[in-house]
Each structure stands twice: as structure tokens, then as C-alpha cells.
Design a protein around this ligand. Sequence first.
Ligand code: ADP
Length: 269
Amino acid sequence: LNDTTLQFQIKEFGASDRLLVARDITRLVRLEHTRQDFVANASHELRTPLTVIRGYLETFLDQDLPKPMQRALTQMQAQSSRMEGLVSDLLLLSRLESSQHINDEVPINIHQMLITIHHDAEVISLDKQHQITLDVDSEFDLLGQPQELHSVFSNLVFNAVRYTPENGLISIKWFVDEQGGHFSVTDNGIGIDSIHLPRLTERFYRVDEGRSTATGGTGLGLAIVKHALYRHGAQLTIESQLGKGSTFICHFPPDMLYSTQSRIAQQKS
Ligand code: ADP
């Protein structure tokens, strides 16, 4: 039937007997689509009222108001901008979940993209005085969807900034070997206990609710990273030690690599 989804599994009995099991998962797939549609529509609908609220708050904050009222409005402004971040992350995530592969890949000037992210990271970590280094193998670019990959790399770099205390060291690298291209971010921040690692990329999974809320994250960053990488045929590995720091690495297969020379030649022609 057109609208039926079956899941097949082969079970082995002894040396020669095999059983093919077919499971009808149509209802599960439909439910998942309904959930995705609901999240996408709800996030979209929340956008407009939030923009209006923010507009009014900005107008009020321009007035000469009594101190307690100003404090309250500033709080409301901070919370509504947090909510805007959440809504746009939810929208992005539901878009990423809606299809399994990218089909609009282009050669990305990865050197330039990482210079921009590195610069942004330095700006947001000014008061923490981090030392952030960038090391790029500029012979190879990557084929991919630029906004999604920008989101992946900046989420990992900004997390390193968020979860690394003052005067920390953060190292950003893009390097290539026979297995493909690798983007890595290493920090010597607070680290993560190994019991949390298997669930870390789930939506809204947080190691420590209080700590994460204080740092201003939405709890969706690593879920976005995982889905965007999956769509690029890439994988994420996480190594971390509590109190010592973390390394997040994105592994891209060799067929996603593109020589920088070819990109430059293509741009000139
Ligand atoms: P959040 O918005 O809470 O940062 P993420 O999905 O980006 O959400 O990350 C999930 C959790 O993983 C965070 O709440 C944090 O506890 C942990 N985490 C992510 N990156 C790091 C890091 N570099 N160092 C320590 N903990 C991290």
C-alpha cells in the first residue's frame, strides 16, 4: 500500500535458518510527522507576537521611567530575547528533521567561515579573557549547506566559550587526513561526566539545568549539530573529562572534501 511503512529485520536461527520479520510502523511514522509539523507550526506562530512584544519593550525602555520599572522591563527584554532564540532554534531543528539529506550543497570557503566564527567567539568571550586559537588546513574546503554548517561550527565554539571559565584555552581546528575532513573544538573548561555523554545530543538534555540556564543556552544546540551533521553524512565524536575539558569533533567523509584551488578556479570562471 502506498501509505504504509514497513520495517524489516532478519533473525538468525542456528547456521542456516533465517526469519524475515516485517513490522508495520505506519502509525509511528505518522505520529512523528504530526509531532514535527506541530513543532514547526507552533514555533512559526510564536515568532510574530514575540516580535511585537520586543518592539513595545524597546519603546518603553527609551522612556525615562522609575528604576524598579526599568529593571522589570530589562528582565522582560532579556527573557523575550531568550525565547526568540529558542523559537528560532526549534524552527531550525524541525527543518533539519524534515529531510535526511542535503540536496543543495556548494563548495564552502571553510577558512573564511572559521575566521568569522573565531572573531565572534573572541568578541563574546572578551570579559572571560579566553585564549582562542584557530588552525586551518586551507588546502581543502568542504561541500555542504553553508547555513547549516555555520550553525554546527558556531554552536560548538560558543559552547566551548560558555562552559570554560575565565582565562581558559580554546582551540579550533580544521584538518584533513585519509579518513576525510575534521573540524574540532577543544577547551579546558568544566568538562562533562561520562554518564551524560550518550544523551548529550538529545533535545533539551542538559547536564546541569541551573548552570546551562545561567549561560543563556537553549538546550537545542547539540541536537541541531547532530541533525545537521547527519544530513551531511558526517559524524560527531565527544571526548570529555569532568573538570578537565572537552573535545568535540565533526568527521566529514572524503567525498565531501573539495580542493580550495577548484573553488577559486570555479569562482574566476
Ligand atoms: P545548551 O544550550 O544548554 O548549551 P547544548 O545542546 O548546546 O545546550 O548542550 C547540551 C549540554 O551539554 C549543555 O547544557 C552542557 O551541560 C553540555 N555541554 C555542551 N558543550 C559543552 C562544553 N564544551 N563543555 C562542557 N559542557 C558542555
